[in-house]
Design a protein around this ligand. Structure first.
Ligand code: KIV
Length: 263
């Protein structure tokens, strides 16, 4: 099956076709997201708080990300798989950063990387794209900055913050990113950024309907998150349905119902 390419995503942006991205962290859910027709699967470092039991994304390492990204890429057939670069990797010297991203493409088999940060890292993003590494930007709320921010909040509330978001998006687009994730950005500001982007697609999360596409965290969609953000939509109460199946299994084993008696 032909995989969605960077060119396809750019065409969707220019043709006004909405783009659907979802996170996945293993082969089981990558297969489901792929079969559902997701354009892009993001192996987010949200694996830390959704799957690995950490409080936030900061403890997630390169090795963890390679492990999960590999599982997703092996199961996927049609989507464009993007791996998140974990905490503080954007601060690596540019040559090291290029080699790290090359590992994600070579060893894990992903087609692109995502990096948190704006205008300040645009030079590094340009070096990555020049090396042939497709890059997704990520501005607004950057969860890896949780300790600096003292928590999670929305962005674009002041004129100054809005101007700096617009500047970040422009610098990332000029550096060659093909998508920019806008997280927790005020809806009007996200719309303004989306209109200002000539080539790159904006992918919103908690940033309203004015973006070129949307991304949601898998466990929020499936009702498997301990606590989901208010903007997320739960499409199924997975904890109830899957928990019910597990309870039925446990009680059947304890009650001698499963496996059935042999005659
Ligand atoms: O790690 C992640 O899942 C993300 C999304 C929230 C965009 O960065």
């Amino acid at each position: 099956m032909k995989k969605i390419t960077v060119k396809d995503i750019l065409s969707k942006k220019s043709g006004g076709e909405k783009i659907a991205m979802v996170t996945a962290y293993d082969a089981i859910f990558a297969r489901l997201a792929d079969a559902a027709g997701a354009d892009m699967i993001l192996v987010g470092d949200s694996v830390g708080n959704t799957v690995l039991g950490f409080e936030n994304t900061v403890p997630v390492t390169v090795d963890m990300m390679l492990h999960h990204a590999g599982a997703v890429a092996r199961a996927n057939t049609g989507a464009l798989v993007v791996a998140d670069l974990p905490f503080a990797t954007a601060a690596l010297p540019v040559a090291e950063l290029v080699q790290l991203c090359a590992r994600f493409m070579r060893e894990a088999g992903v087609q692109a990387v995502k990096i948190e940060g704006g205008a300040k890292i645009a030079g590094k993003v340009a070096a990555l794209t020049e090396a042939g590494i497709p890059v997704v930007g990520h501005i607004g709320l950057q969860p890896q900055q949780v300790f600096k921010l003292g928590g999670y909040r929305s962005f674009g509330k002041t004129e100054e913050e809005t101007a700096s978001l617009v500047e970040d998006a422009k610098a990332l687009e000029e550096a060659g990113t093909f998508c920019i994730v806008l997280e927790a950005v005020k809806h009007g500001v996200a719309r303004e950024i989306t209109t200002s982007l000539r080539r790159a697609a904006s992918i919103g999360i908690g940033s309203g309907p004015g973006c070129d596409g949307q991304v949601l965290v898998l466990t929020d969609i499936l009702g498997l998150s301990a606590a989901a953000p208010k903007f997320a939509k739960r499409y199924v109460d997975g904890a109830k349905i899957l928990g019910g199946a597990l309870s039925a299994y446990v009680s059947e084993v304890k009650g001698g119902i499963f496996p059935p008696k042999e005659s």
